[in-house]
Design a protein around this ligand. Structure first.
Ligand code: SAH
Ligand code: SF4
Ligand code: F3S
Length: 441
């Protein structure tokens, strides 16, 4: 038998891309490839790209440039671009960077082995269709070593919301939910292979409405069914939209023990004028009331958010409204970005805020968010949390895992095993993680 060919995948962007990269790796295993951790000895390189901000998209071209020497040394090396840049820019990528052999959009990954074969015949295949067949039906799991006791599971893809700043509805297409039976089957398979925590993924995961017994199921109903799986201990989901936070999902935070008390619920801005221009269809007030209701269901819930500063026409007063909202809501963690105009989106055509103003506002917002994040971590000192241990820490005898609240927790205890869930008393808060000691359960 000949040696297996080697595949190097580099993943940018969101968790959905991480999930998709694993599926691509499995699809290519069927074509005789094993994954390698370095591009240097690869027979094929795949960049799974992100188009969300200009910087993310441009990274792809600088990365491709670096592969020139590799390709000169190995003419058989095939280079592919997948993901949202592939979807958004298509053939333009091959024009800009002739060393690219294939371009594959997020809905066509099941066609990758066939595309690779065509590339080996000297063609330059490009597939950015939105086919009617479900890529996940053909991208079936193969038995393969898992990376640890936690896993992502895509349940929903695409978005119909069309926030005026966002490329996702164009790169991922219309909102589609996977059928309940497929999700449950994949979850059971993951648990059989040692997974104890599953994060359900979707660009709009709480809009989930997959076909199930008796009709369409909501995300809350899906979560309750997943919670029945023995051996699955923790369920999370991301990313949600405030407008799809239904009553049953709010209630699930109080009643479903396996659903973790951490919620990522992007608000983007605190000014109603800006939220309207963003086409968010919620107000600052409605978001604050929603958070109150979720916290009433689960008082210890920790909240995370996304923010965009310097959206077109944002004034100092608008920005101040974002700071006010953050002060009122309190976030345990957050991602914040300068608005980046994206080709083809409505906001890109509006009057832009100068980049110096954006930078200055981002700094102020991040200072506030960092203070809140520190405070949320400090609050944990002295408390007992349950930690799911995921991997050894940097120091000998140390293990690292996540609390219910998604804090990284380090514990010095060589007797701990990966996949174990143990009660830990938090003794110290460092800049981005906590330190604790195991206590008897
Ligand atoms: N589906 C999720 C998030 C998708 S993208 C949601 O609805 O919230 C992740 C984050 O990137 C967004 O929440 C937003 O804060 C940010 N983002 C999206 N487009 C952007 C742009 N053009 N410029 C800056 N940030 C952007
Ligand atoms: Fe983008 Fe999220 Fe808005 Fe959809 S809901 S358009 S993914 S920011
Ligand atoms: Fe980026 Fe596409 Fe995800 S644009 S954030 S990789 S959906």
């Amino acid at each position: 038998m000949s040696d297996p060919k080697k595949l190097f995948i580099k993943t940018y962007g969101c968790q959905m891309n991480v999930y998709d990269s694993e599926r691509m790796s499995e699809a290519m295993a069927g074509a005789g490839y094993v994954e390698t951790q370095s591009p240097d000895d690869a027979d094929m390189i795949l960049l799974n790209t992100c188009h969300i901000r200009e910087k993310a998209a441009e990274k792809v071209y600088s990365e491709l440039g670096r592969f020139k020497a590799l390709k000169a040394g190995n003419p058989d090396l095939k280079i592919g671009v997948a993901g949202c840049v592939a979807q958004a820019e298509g053939a333009e990528i091959m024009r800009r960077q002739p060393l690219v052999d294939l371009v594959v959009g997020p809905q066509s990954y099941h066609r990758l082995p066939e595309m690779e074969a065509r590339a080996r015949r000297g063609e330059k295949p490009l597939d950015t269709d939105f086919p009617a067949d479900d890529k996940f039906d053909t991208l079936r799991h193969r038995p393969k070593a898992l990376r640890g006791p936690t896993a992502f599971l895509t349940v929903q893809e695409g978005c119909d919301k069309f926030c005026t700043f966002c490329v996702v509805p164009y790169t991922r297409g219309a909102e589609v939910s996977r059928p309940v039976s497929r999700v449950l089957e994949e979850a059971r398979d993951l648990v059989e292979r040692g997974v104890r925590e599953i994060t359900l993924l979707g660009q709009n995961v709480n809009a989930y409405h997959g076909a199930g017994e008796g009709g369409e199921w909501s995300l809350a109903r899906l979560i309750r069914a997943l919670a029945e799986i023995d051996g699955l201990e923790r369920i999370r989901f991301t990313t949600s939209h405030p407008n799809d936070m239904s009553d049953d999902l709010i209630e699930a935070h109080g009643t479903c023990e396996k659903l973790m008390p951490y919620l990522h619920l992007p608000v983007q801005a605190g000014s109603d004028r800006i939220l309207k221009r963003m086409n968010r269809n919620h107000t600052a007030e409605s978001y604050i009331r929603l958070i109150e209701r979720i916290r009433a269901a689960r008082p210890d819930l920790m909240l995370s958010g996304d923010f965009i500063v310097g959206f077109p026409e944002e004034t100092e007063a608008d920005f101040q409204a974002t700071l006010d909202l953050v002060e009122e809501v309190r976030f345990a963690s957050a991602y914040s970005f300068k608005y980046s105009p994206r080709p083809g989106t409505p906001a890109a055509e509006r009057r832009q805020v100068p980049v110096e103003v954006q930078s200055e506002r981002l700094q102020r917002l991040q200072a506030l968010l960092t203070r809140q994040q520190r405070a949320a971590q400090e609050e944990m000192v002295g408390r007992t949390v349950k930690v799911l241990f995921e991997k050894p820490g940097r120091q000998a005898g140390q293990m690292v895992g996540k609390s219910e609240y998604l804090h990284a927790v380090h514990v010095d205890d060589p007797s701990l095993a990966i996949g174990q869930i143990a009660p830990v008393e938090i003794i110290e808060s460092a800049s981005n993680s906590l330190r604790g000691r195991c206590i008897a359960s």
